[in-house]
Design a protein around this ligand. Structure first.
Ligand SMILES: *Cc1c(COP(=O)(O)O)cnc(C)c1O
Length: 343
């Protein structure tokens, strides 16, 4: 079984995390002269460094203990912290399955850690032969699995993720940024079963809060304690903590929005399938659709000229574009424009 302390960088083990003024005191004072804040104004106080109220709400909704949650300035902060805590620059390696989310390799470069890019199979999934290769690769500390995967949209088969979690002796990060758009179960429920898993979720997609930059990492308390030690002291603003508390209290609205987007997604897929220049519509478990066309650049430019921006993935995947599912009227405008495109 993986021992987390054997995976942590020595400097992180040795360091003593910043202890903020408010951190050292946990009574119930009403005059705060400890943190050099202004006594005037409304946003004059530092936010809760450990986001206690927000974490209390998250722990109830996601059904985990509060010490199994890290809250970051977007899940991108959690991705960066994984490198800083576990990966020795110039020495350790990490691995991701491509094509996938760009921030894993951006953070790898930022932290001077080698990223091994292992292609997914033809169905954009893992299989035993891919995993055999991965498990033979030396020096890998962390493996990133994005499920549902961005930009392909599909879920990664749970059986193969389970094999990875069981057979790999490093950390497995499962990025579930789009899990609410899928019918599949989240891996958050299994953090007690797999001590080497870190599950990432975000309020940026289904929870409609990208502007507030709130991401979560779920893992066993030993891992979360390391995140808390290595993070900047006040990494999530008071405004954003409050916005997050408000948003996650409205789970019904989130679910309704997700249902709407799922319905729009299937309608959009059907229209896309019928277009003569569409080569393939890939199945989606997310709030976007990956599409292979005759000429991705031409389609992208045509839609730009019509005031509709999609994501051109031609450089990553030949002639593929990624289209985010929007509001019904936005999707109708898109479909109309797509019908006018001839190449
Ligand atoms: C959008 C996205 C995120 C979210 O990042 P935030 O920093 O929380 O906004 C994470 N992972 C993937 C795969 C994404 O597509």
């Amino acid at each position: 079984m993986t021992k987390i302390e054997n995976l942590v960088r020595q400097n992180i083990k040795n360091m003593c995390g910043y202890s903020s003024a408010r951190h050292e005191y946990d009574g119930s004072a009403h005059i705060f002269l400890d943190a050099n804040e202004s006594p005037c104004g409304e946003l004059n106080r530092y936010p809760a460094a450990q986001q206690d109220l927000l974490k209390r709400h998250i722990s109830q909704i996601w059904q985990v203990a509060q010490n199994q949650v890290f809250v970051g300035n977007g899940s991108d902060e959690a991705i960066d912290l994984i490198f800083r805590i576990f990966c020795e620059p110039g020495l350790d390696r990490v691995l991701s399955f491509t094509p996938t989310y760009g921030m894993y390799s951006v953070c790898a470069q930022l932290n001077n850690v080698e990223m091994i890019e292992q292609p997914l199979n033809e169905a954009f999934d893992l299989d035993d032969s891919v995993l055999d290769d991965v498990l033979k690769t030396d020096g890998v500390k962390v493996i990133f699995v994005c499920s549902p995967n961005n930009p392909t949209g599909n879920l990664i088969s749970p059986a193969h993720i389970t094999r990875l979690l069981t057979a790999f002796s490093g950390l497995v990060v499962i990025d579930e940024a789009y899990i609410q758009f899928s019918e599949a179960a989240s891996w958050v429920k299994l953090i007690n079963k797999f001590p080497n898993v870190i599950v990432l979720q975000t309020l940026s997609k289904a929870w409609a809060l990208a502007g507030a930059r709130i991401g979560m990492a779920f893992a066993q308390p030993e891992i979360i304690a390391l995140f808390n030690k290595a993070k900047m002291p006040y990494n999530v603003s008071l405004l954003n903590q409050n916005a997050a508390v408000k948003a996650i209290q409205n789970q019904i609205e989130m679910t309704q929005n997700v249902k709407l987007i799922q319905a729009e997604r299937s309608q959009l897929c059907a229209v896309l399938q019928a277009l003569p220049y569409v080569v393939e519509v890939y199945p989606s478990d997310a709030n976007f659709i990956l599409l292979k066309v005759d000429d991705a650049d031409a389609l992208y430019n045509f839609l730009c000229a019509a005031g509709i921006i999609i994501r051109n993935r031609n450089s990553q995947l030949a002639n593929c574009v990624r289209i985010t599912v929007g509001l019904p009227k936005e999707n109708r405008a898109l479909m109309q424009a797509l019908n006018n495109f001839k190449n």
